[in-house]
Design a protein around this ligand. Structure first.
Ligand SMILES: *[C@@H]1O[C@H](CO)[C@@H](O)[C@H](O)[C@H]1NC(C)=O
Ligand SMILES: *[C@@H]1O[C@H](CO)[C@@H](O)[C@H](O)[C@H]1NC(C)=O
Ligand SMILES: *[C@@H]1O[C@H](CO)[C@@H](O)[C@H](O)[C@H]1NC(C)=O
Ligand SMILES: CC(=O)N[C@H]1CO[C@H](CO)[C@@H](O)[C@@H]1O
Length: 333
């Protein structure tokens, strides 16, 4: 989710990437955006009550972020609330209503809305092994949005501790389900095992496995996440060094180039301190230099319930909104 401002000609060379949202601005990276988080809160409470366990997003903040140059919003939610009880259950009209309201608002403004089940490859707490059911889930969801080309489908947030072949199979099932719904113009972002880390993309085996995913529309963008703290978990305010972001992207960048693929950093964040801000600038600059393969980056996170969370970019007073955004937005637009 980050932003992209400045210009970047090279990134937009491909006609496939020229989209309505980009008409008014020249972007250094195609996508600059943010994770909207809250509809997946209360993750142990699969039904949950709106306004108590979970919350949807303040649409006014979408305008605020767009004024800052953002053009992609990654919408967190839980699969169990959209299809209560099973992967193949009918869509819950109220939860779907909220999701659709967000998507309609965002895409109506010309930005991209990423549909992102924040499920880690699990359903009701168990690793999903029913690939046919997973395909059906995606077909049912994509059917709702098949005519909206600004929707982006994220197969699932951060698979981890799973059999690599299963992660491949679930990604392929999602792709097949989306395309079977007739959603043929949209981007799909596969995610990898090991929390989809960019720094471990090659060493974890994701690279060798997921290179074999097939999309008849050829619109896959590999989504990776990258935090800058010591264990890469995004749970510390400190960053390892002022160059750790770019260092952690290098192997994945080479893999994307070698294979002529596109990548997206779907989550990144760092704390409010000089070393982290320098690391962010260095990493975003590196992505801009490699915008032939990196399409953009999305900050973690915004949402109404983050309070004083160290990475909160929620306007008007989130730490990252007041301190980090002004420092990094010029790397996007
Ligand atoms: C789930 O939410 C309901 C409704 O708010 C509440 O009554 C219940 O205690 C919650 N269960 C758990 C395990 O948090
Ligand atoms: C969003 O969900 C709440 C709680 O279920 C519901 O009252 C409201 O009608 C939903 N909004 C839409 C637009 O469907
Ligand atoms: C950011 O860090 C600086 C330096 O420690 C501090 O003065 C400032 O209050 C912090 N800002 C926020 C919003 O936390
Ligand atoms: C890095 C980070 O903060 N991840 C959090 C994202 O939000 C989920 C809940 O929505 C948390 O469980 C993660 O720890």
């Amino acid at each position: 989710m980050l932003f992209e401002k400045i210009l970047a000609a090279a990134a937009l060379a491909s006609a496939a990437f020229a989209a309505p949202a980009d008409k008014r601005q020249t972007r250094k990276l195609k996508f600059f955006g943010i994770n909207e988080s809250g509809a997946e809160f209360g993750e142990k409470n699969f039904t949950g009550v709106y306004g108590k366990e979970y919350i949807w997003y303040d649409l006014n903040t979408i305008d605020t972020f767009m004024q800052q140059g953002m053009n992609m919003f990654r919408l967190n939610f839980l699969m169990e609330r959209l299809t209560p009880g099973s992967l193949t259950a009918p869509l819950d009209p109220l939860y779907l209503g909220n999701l659709t309201q967000q998507i309609t608002y965002i895409t109506g403004k010309g930005a991209y809305a990423m549909i992102q089940p924040h499920n880690y490859g699990r359903f009701l707490g168990e690793i999903i092994t029913d690939t046919a059911g997973f395909k059906t889930w995606w077909q049912n969801v994509a059917e709702q949005y098949k005519d909206n080309e600004l929707v982006v489908f994220d197969t699932n947030n951060e698979y981890h501790d799973m059999d690599q072949q299963l992660v491949f199979d679930l990604n392929q099932a999602a792709i097949d389900g989306v395309r079977a719904a007739g959603a043929t113009s949209q981007y799909i972002t596969p995610e990898g095992n090991s929390w989809s880390g960019a720094w471990t993309w090659v060493s974890s085996g994701n690279a060798a496995s997921l290179i074999n995913l097939k999309d008849p529309q050829d619109k896959l963008i590999y989504q990776m996440h990258q935090y800058l703290d010591t264990d890469g978990s995004g749970t510390h305010a400190e960053c390892v060094s002022a160059t750790i972001f770019s260092e952690r992207l290098k192997a994945a960048t080479q893999w994307l180039k070698d294979n002529k693929k596109q990548g997206l950093i779907g989550e990144f964040a760092a704390g409010n301190n000089t070393q982290c801000i320098n690391a962010l600038k260095d990493g975003l600059s590196y992505m801009g230099q490699n915008s032939d393969v990196w399409t953009g980056a999305l900050w973690w996170a915004a949402g109404p319930w983050w309070g004083d969370y160290m990475y909160s970019m929620e306007p008007p007073s989130g730490t990252a909104y007041t301190v980090v955004l002004p420092e990094i937005k010029s790397y996007f637009v």
